[in-house]
Design a binder for this molecule. Structure first.
Ligand code: FES
Length: 180
């Protein structure tokens, strides 16, 4: 994934393809209010999550909007968005599956589970199936190492002990959802 150019921010907030809805801005402002007035930028992760919930993914214009709203250099926002795997810098499929491949999980079957997912879905990491149903991502430790292999579905649902058999069942269930 390529980080956007740090010079890509529009000069003026007025020509703003990345503008968020009033509802999202209000949510971001509530996140900002949790921090001292001179540390608005501490809300950047929450702001990016809210922006992604509204837009589906984070394009440069949206990250620039967040940067302006928080009074941050755009490049500082890009750094956050490109570091954490829960942020998507390209459109994803309906079901984003992020499998932890860090060492504790890798030692407990995650490598095999990841290869199984690639094989069953016919895609690699950071790819989306042609039907738009699945995007596969490689994630960092999700704090549930004892439950390995661990999978996060759409950034919010943690799934534990994902053996190939359980993965097959998950994929079959989600494929049915996508077919509706
Ligand atoms: S290493 Fe995978 S959840 Fe911690």
């Amino acid at each position: 994934m390529t980080a956007p150019s740090p010079t890509a921010a529009p000069a003026s907030p007025s020509a703003d393809a990345g503008a968020l809805s009033a509802e999202s801005i209000a949510r971001i402002d509530r996140a900002i209010a949790k921090y001292p007035p001179d540390q608005k930028q501490s809300a950047v992760m929450a702001a990016l999550a809210i922006a992604q919930q509204e837009k589906g993914w984070l394009d440069t214009a949206t990250m620039d909007f967040v940067a302006r709203h928080l009074g941050m250099p755009p490049v500082a926002v890009y750094e956050v968005a490109t570091f954490y795997t829960m942020y998507d810098l390209a459109p994803t499929g309906r079901h984003k599956l992020t499998i932890c491949t860090n060492l504790p999980c890798a030692l407990q079957g995650a490598t095999r589970a990841a290869e199984h997912l690639k094989s069953v879905l016919g895609i690699g990491f950071n790819e989306t199936t042609p039907d738009g149903c699945f995007t596969l991502k490689e994630g960092e430790c999700m704090g549930a190492c004892g439950d390995a292999p661990v999978l996060m579905q759409n950034n919010r649902k943690m799934l534990s002990w994902m053996t190939p058999e359980r993965l097959d069942q998950l994929i079959a269930d989600l494929r049915k959802e996508c077919a509706k």
